[in-house]
Design a protein around this ligand. Structure first.
Ligand code: 6PG
Length: 468
């Protein structure tokens, strides 16, 4: 074969990535399970470097060796099925790349399956949606270094470039590391979006701002420290109209999810890392969907809402968003730190923050600061202890407390903002009530406790002081 790379899956991501790779002077064979998608793709996007195939065997045979076969298909079962179909057609040394949002443990398992045939398996997280795939995504690669060395020229060429021109593409670790990094990226994306939604809701409900006014506010925020892709598109979404009406007002108030945020929450619970903002964001989406909402609205009327339309309220909400966002990212990166130990991945947190600077959904000015923090102290226990973030938390905590309290008093759900405060209070509080938890555990189950005045484990013979 002669083509440089093959892509299976002509959905939105696969077809745009094929065009992007082809634009970089690589020849690309494309294939799709149902031929119609391939036909439509080559009809609409004729490209000299893209050659369609309608037979899997011919598609594989068209590739130069070692073959680079990229899967851009629906995560889950379809990936296993496709691997089973292509493995018999491959030779030792070939590389199968899974560019979907696969669960990292599936990637670890698939790596083993392929290894038995001498085939490399690369689990690749790709972020940036349609535009990213077409113009430059962020790429998080998990797999063996030998495999990465053979594909890096392609992916570093097509990936987004940060301001310093470095490609937003990196080999982050072996087997499932790339998909893990992508999974937590998505978890952070959920938290980020939830915080933005809370800021929007507070300003709309308590500030009484119209969508058009809010668009200007978010646009203005995007010129400062909150500068990011998500804040930018929030302004766009708020500004959009159809027949003179706000499009946002026409969107049903129910948020969906494909599951990467939920996986992040589950893995964090398993690792014993608190990612409360990500879990709050998942729960907020779940609760937005429940059928009982309509009934609850009638049964439990919300408190009266005062109005606070003032410039300093807008500024307080902005600060709250920024402060809580720091907590969300600190939690996400704490999960990287823990998982890196658990799986022996030796993740480079600085490089992860660097590749998030452009191309991906959470791309932001902010990521520069995180990468600098890790450059200064690669082992920092928690990002909140980096002097820059410590300073920002101290600066914004008061606003966050006021704004979250206003939301709580007015019956406006602010689970992520409140979660950020709760995290801070539990982290920094001198006593969090865990002494009582331990006393109770020891009372009913002789689980023992540690003492503040002596070393060791202690059990107390608890007495019944009161008749029950
Ligand atoms: C990205 C996005 C992308 C996708 C998610 C959204 O980084 O480009 O995260 O992976 O939009 O599937 O996830 P939900 O459908 O769960 O919101």
């Amino acid at each position: 074969g002669v083509q440089n790379i093959g892509i299976i899956g002509m959905g939105v991501m696969g077809s745009n990535l094929a065009l992007n790779i082809a634009d970089h002077a690589y020849t690309v064979s494309v294939y799709n399970h149902t031929p119609r998608s391939t036909e439509n793709f080559v009809r609409d996007h004729a490209h000299a470097n893209i050659i369609p195939y309608y037979d899997l065997q011919q598609f594989i045979a068209s590739l130069e060796k070692p073959r680079k076969i990229m899967l851009m298909i629906v995560a889950g079962e379809p990936v296993d099925q496709m691997i089973a179909r292509i493995l018999p057609l491959t030779d030792a040394g070939d590389i199968i790349i899974d560019g979907g949002n696969s669960f990292f443990k599936d990637t670890q398992r698939r790596t083993q399956v392929c290894r038995e045939k001498g085939v490399f398996f690369v689990g690749m997280g790709i972020s940036g949606g349609e535009t990213g795939a077409r113009r430059g995504p962020a790429v998080m690669v998990g797999g063996e270094s030998t495999a990465y060395e053979k594909i890096r020229h392609i992916y570093e060429a097509v990936a987004a470039k940060a301001d310093d021109d470095k490609p937003c593409c990196a080999h982050v670790g072996p087997d499932g590391a790339g998909h893990f990094v992508k999974m937590v990226h998505n978890g952070i994306e959920y938290a980020d979006m939830q915080l933005i939604a809370e800021a929007y809701l507070l300003l709309k409900e308590m500030g009484g701002y119209t969508h058009a006014e809010l668009a200007d506010i978010f646009h203005d925020w995007n010129t400062g420290e909150l500068h990011s892709y998500l804040i930018g598109i929030t302004a766009d979404v708020l500004a959009e109209t159809e027949d003179g009406g706000s499009v946002l007002s026409m969107i049903a108030d129910r948020a969906e999810q494909k599951g990467t945020g939920r996986w992040t929450g589950i893995e964090a619970l398993a690792e014993g890392v608190d990612v409360s903002l990500i879990i709050a964001a998942c729960n907020a989406r779940v609760l937005s969907q429940v059928a009982g909402r309509r009934r609850a609205q009638i049964v439990f009327p919300r408190p009266e809402r005062g109005q606070v339309k003032a410039a300093d309220f807008v500024e307080a909400v902005r600060k709250s968003l920024y402060t809580a966002k720091i907590v969300a990212y600190a939690q996400g990166f704490a999960l990287y730190q823990k998982a890196s130990q658990t799986y022996g991945w030796q993740l480079d947190y600085r490089r992860i923050a660097e590749i998030f600077r452009a191309g991906c959904i959470i791309q932001a000015k902010f990521l520069d600061t995180i990468s600098t923090a890790y450059a200064e102290d690669a082992q920092v226990e928690n990002l909140l202890f980096h002097p820059f973030f410590t300073g920002k938390i101290k600066e914004g905590e008061h606003s966050l407390r006021q704004v979250a309290a206003l939301g709580l008093a007015a019956g406006i759900p602010v689970p992520a903002m409140a979660g950020a405060l709760t995290y801070l209070d539990a982290y920094a509080g001198p006593c969090v009530g865990a002494n009582l938890i331990q006393g109770l555990r020891d009372y009913f189950g002789a689980h023992t406790f540690r003492r503040t005045d002596k070393e060791g484990n202690f059990h107390h013979v608890w007495r019944e002081h009161y008749k029950r």
